[in-house]
Design a protein around this ligand. Structure first.
Ligand code: NAD
Length: 341
């Protein structure tokens, strides 16, 4: 008689994403769910999200509310469990992590914008580092894998080099320094409690349903509203613009590859482009757009390309979206959403 072999004997891996209803978080949650992970997202919705959308100007408020609502709708449609909780609450984080018992925790909660961080260091510390320490504390006895989203801002000025992960870090301002502090805290928990970690350094992300108002987003929004585009500096500076799908594919690889443990990875497109190159793509889509150049802010480091050789070697990471296809895809999505919101 033929023996019965049930399919899918392998246990589904559980992932908890803290700050999981943000720009990266909700896109990542949906991607991981499609890869058959059991995904939980935890978010306070209070930072750069639905609970503070009223602080925006009326026109932005309506647009951003519709974008943020569409994140929730997508998470619901994909049957992803949402926990609305402030991660600054140590006791509650402990309880949720104990109950879910995730295999990997991905920590995204933060004030995720350099200008906002410089304006409000207290909030940044609280929502970025307090939350991180709570997460680490809750997983320290179970030795769960933590993936921490750091930033290319930890490097400071690139000085024309293609920066590798072992570069000496010299950040400028509150955001970059606190991101580096977060990396050190993660490593210290590894030293003391043997918690496996992966630190990821992304850069200049853009993509669907972002409301963070970084250059790549503001350019499209201004073009859609017929407003001029203002550039800090002469536009010849380069940034390693990265489309969201490339980053989340890289984070997925960090969830499944054992050699991602106790490593730092740059996860970007790996080929910086001039801000003026982005403007060229905008001009192809919006013929009459006006551009103005202003004196650049001295707290913005001069950046460029992040080397992704290590991610290629360890993770087989292969980013697919240059600005030529990723940014154009994003412009088309935004045009449609703007018309229909
Ligand atoms: N987007 C980028 O270009 C970029 C680049 C480098 C690094 N990062 C890092 O990646 C992470 C995610 O970035 P993002 O673009 O998705 O930002 P985001 O602002 O869209 O998302 C952050 C989420 O964290 C949540 N959050 C903040 N404080 C919280 C708290 N106390 N409790 C629970 N939830 C809380 C917010 O409500 C928000 O939904 C951040 O740590 C950011 O610094 C982002």
């Amino acid at each position: 008689m033929q023996s019965y072999k049930p399919k899918n004997l392998k246990k589904r891996k559980k992932i908890l994403i803290i700050g999981g209803i943000g720009f990266i978080g909700h896109n990542l949650a949906i991607f991981l769910k499609k890869k058959n992970f059991l995904v939980y997202v935890l978010d306070s919705l209070s930072v750069n999200n639905l609970k503070n959308v009223n602080e925006k100007l009326p026109a932005e408020r309506k647009l951003y509310k519709s974008i943020l609502d569409s994140r929730i709708k997508l998470l619901k449609n994909n049957k992803i469990k949402m926990i609305i909780q402030d991660a600054r609450n140590n006791k509650k984080i402990f309880q949720h992590i104990n109950k879910i018992n995730p295999d990997t925790v991905i920590h995204l909660a933060a004030v995720s914008h350099a200008n906002k961080s410089n304006k409000d260091p207290h909030q940044t510390f609280d929502n970025s580092l307090r939350t991180l320490e709570n997460t680490l504390d809750a997983i320290k006895d179970k030795k769960k894998h933590i993936i921490y989203l750091s930033s290319s801002m930890v490097y400071g000025n690139f000085d024309g080099r293609e920066v590798k992960e072992n570069e000496v870090c010299n950040p400028l301002g509150i955001y970059g320094n606190l991101k580096l502090a977060g990396e050190m805290i993660v490593k210290s928990y590894n030293q003391v409690f043997n918690i496996p970690y992966t630190i990821i350094r992304p850069s200049a992300l853009y993509g669907e349903r972002c409301v963070s108002r970084r250059v790549s987003q503001i350019f499209v929004e201004n073009a859609l509203r017929d407003k001029k585009i203002v550039i800090n500096g002469d536009g010849e500076e380069k940034l390693d613009f990265t489309y969201i799908l490339d980053l989340i594919n890289g984070i997925y690889l960090c969830c499944i590859k054992s050699n991602a443990k106790n490593q730092i990875f740059n996860l970007t497109f790996g080929n910086a482009k001039k801000i003026n190159d982005l403007i060229k793509l905008i001009k192809k889509n919006f013929k009459n757009i006006k551009v103005e150049y202003q004196k650049r802010d001295k707290l913005t480091p001069v950046r460029g390309t992040l080397s992704i050789k290590k991610a290629k070697r360890y993770l087989n990471y292969k980013p697919k979206y240059s600005i030529m296809n990723g940014y154009v895809r994003y412009i088309n999505w935004y045009k449609y959403h703007f018309k229909n919101h």
